[in-house]
Design a binder for this molecule. Structure first.
Ligand SMILES: C[S@@+](CC[C@H](N)C(=O)[O-])C[C@H]1O[C@@H](n2cnc3c(N)ncnc32)[C@H](O)[C@@H]1O
Length: 262
């Protein structure tokens, strides 16, 4: 009899050096099954052997597992709220504003912040943007700053022309300008298993909790809340909500925005 998904998962995590505690397991199984179909692999024994022997397949598995989908100005109405309400409130203090995009995927999210701040004419010494993700491959993609039209569909035309250059010979790839790239610091970080730095004015953790079990989502909301300055903001994805935010020392201010109670 071939091995069950649970047996596969325990052995695969050792090969991949991946900790799966915290992720919704039925989702991990669905992702594994869909990758197996794509590679014509018929059972978990075969999949495990392939993981052991084939470096490219290991990379494909990790890539498939992490779901790096992201885009500039994802859920534009929330970025517009950030621009009109949250940034003016934060910058009023006059001190250097600390912003953390966690997880950041291909960089579309932290670069959107850098573009908005450049448009608002804030100087680079008035803020810092840190961007973290577990996946080293996607961090490399982010640092290059080259994007296809699928990542850019919400970027208004005037900003596309101002901050991106169409790559010669390739009608669909745009290079983000160095003046924006240089405003973001990237790092590889496991947000489930590593401790967080603290004292953030604004943390974006968007489209990440959806992959986690309820218990781990709660643990991470607690960790993010502890990492915020009093009065700082947590910005979540459009389909992510915190029930009973007061339990974590937070209050809801608008749609996907929560503020740490002072
Ligand atoms: C769907 S993307 C979200 C990106 C961006 N925040 C957005 O909303 O467009 C989810 C990201 O979570 C990252 N991820 C998954 N598990 C992680 C972990 N334990 N620590 C850090 N990043 C993780 C994946 O690599 C992926 O880039």
């Amino acid at each position: 009899m071939s091995m069950t998904f649970n047996e596969f998962k325990d052995r695969a995590t050792k090969i991949l050096n991946l900790k799966l505690d915290g992720y919704k397991l039925n989702r991990v199984q669905r992702r594994t099954d869909s990758l197996m179909r794509r590679y014509n692999i018929s059972n978990y024994d075969e999949c495990l052997k392939r993981l052991e022997k084939d470096k490219d397949f290991r990379a494909a598995y990790l890539n498939h597992f992490t779901i790096n989908t992201s885009e500039f100005f994802r859920n534009p109405e929330n970025f517009s709220y950030l621009q009109k309400n949250i940034f003016p409130a934060l910058f009023k203090s006059g001190s250097r504003i600390k912003i953390w995009s966690a997880p950041c995927s291909n960089g579309s999210e932290p670069y959107t912040l850098a573009i908005i701040l450049a448009e608002l004419k804030y100087k680079t010494n008035q803020y810092q943007i840190l961007a973290s993700d577990l996946d080293p491959n996607i961090i490399e993609v982010a640092k290059k700053g080259i994007y296809g039209l699928n990542s850019l569909q919400n970027v208004p035309d005037h900003l596309l022309h101002k901050y991106f250059t169409l790559l010669p010979g390739n009608a669909n790839k745009y290079q983000l300008k160095e003046s924006i790239i240089s405003r973001v610091t990237f790092e590889i970080k496991d947000l489930i298993n590593e401790p967080y730095p603290d004292d953030w004015d604004l943390i974006l953790s968007r489209n990440f909790f959806i992959y986690l079990t309820k218990d781990f989502k709660e643990k991470l909301v607690q960790k993010f809340s502890a990492a915020l300055k009093p009065g700082g903001y947590l910005f979540l994805g459009n389909t992510e909500f915190i029930f009973n935010p007061e339990k974590y020392g937070l209050k809801k201010v608008y749609s996907s925005f929560y503020q740490k109670i002072e």
